[in-house]
Write a protein that binds this ligand. Sequence first.
Ligand code: BYC
Ligand code: FE
Ligand code: FE
Length: 476
Amino acid sequence: MPVDYNERIPNNVALTENPRLQRALESWRPNYLRWWNDQGPEGAQDFDVYLRTAISVESDGWAHFGYVKMPDYRWGIFLAPPQAERTISFGDHLGEPAWQEVPGEYRSSLRRLIVTQGDTEPASVEQQRQLGSTCPSLYDLRNLFQINVEEGRHLWAMVYLLHAYFGRDGREEAEMMLERHSGDQDKPRILGAFNEKTPHWLAYFMFTYFTDRDGKYQLASLAESSFDPLARTCQFMLTEEAHHMFVGETGIMRIVQRTCELMNELKTDAPERIRTAGAIDLPTLQRFINFHYSVSIDLFGQERSTNAANYFTTGLKGRYRETRISDDHRLVDTTWPVYVPKDDVIVCEEQPALLAINERLRDDYITDSQRGLDRWNKTIQQHGIDYRLTLPHRGFYRQIGAFAAVCVSPEGDIVSKEVWADHVSDWLPTESDHEFVTALMQPVTAPGAMATWIAQPPRGINGQPTDFPYVRFLSN
Ligand code: BYC
Ligand code: FE
Ligand code: FE
């Protein structure tokens, strides 16, 4: 299924054969471009950016790299190839043919899931729009812009589904995607984490490590959907998501490396001395991990969720790698261990597995998140430094679910409000942490040069050297 790049909207869904849909999407396009210009990367619309563009949905179709001005990026509609005679792999409709149209009775639930997913994509672009002016290197700047255009494309992916399968209310939802804005008082984005600020590059690397990873797990669950167009769309989005998490993981890794090098050079572990030398001390990194992790695990919803149970039984949203799980795929009579606060302690209770779908996905996410920490810790260890970065307890600083009602320390003890207040500045980034990090963020734009607080990447992009001009400004 080749992608036709002569089309105004590149796609592999035979858009020209459906002129009504094509017209609808073409009339949404100028509104999207207006949004991109108003809310997308600030001051960067004229830069030439060395971007990757999908040229086909096959696994080798990612080959095209070249300089593009971001507003000219070929945002398009790409679905993974259909699987012949795909059947439903979970829930009440197990074994039936996957749906090519939306069943009337599930229309509003499905629309809600697609809208929630779609809303996060432009939200993240809005959150990151000011980062360009303080980039630590051209390599990092290019990666930021690559992620931004792909999140824009993810919005296109969801808007396509809304336009193609949900008629008039789908078109209305598509308009609303451009009207809600991250952090807006009156029309905020739907989910909590997408209304937080991403004020500097440390927050950005944490966001791409932790919050884009929620994207991976949510998309993987939706990739199991009985609604085949949604499943195929999400399968292709996942190939883009891998790069976003790579940027987060390697970004934090390079910060850790730089900090460790300085600690050894200066023979100190005093945060103040590391900061004076222009790097980010490990305890500050830990506080940012605590924040971004807890905000991101909130995105999985309540521990016990009838919404999630209904999505599962009706076949709208499966579990992570549903088809590789060996059980009945209906979850009758099975349980799942769920941590909840009870009086003064945290207990693990067996809950009906169907109600614990969100928690199970959160468990998968937690295991995956730990992998990066293990790699960062290995680097710390290789520098002979006795310090370990850790994930806080899942109950720490939660706003959603059973833990929202209690204060939990990073170690997982329920503590009083007083103890929380005494320790919160050790546990979460403080105003002054933010001020320090913000002050560190001086733009570095000479090819190959790096900010003081981050190590060189081990290699460049698409086989290019690390001192390649990944972004060319107007004056160049
Ligand atoms: N903030 O039954 P529950 C990505 C609400 S990230 C605010 O647990 P459910 C990306 C909830 O709506 C992936 N409200 O809810 C990453 C519900 O409201 P009602 C995004 C929240 O539905 C980086 C109530 O609380 N994709 O792609 O099971 C860059 C009861 O909760 C929150 C998706 O999320 C929250 N965090 O679970 C760019 C996939 N959590 O019914 C992109 C689609 C819960 O009382 N969404 N509530 O009015 C879903 O699957 C589900 O909506 C959720 C929530 C898992 C998010
Ligand atoms: Fe995305
Ligand atoms: Fe992403």
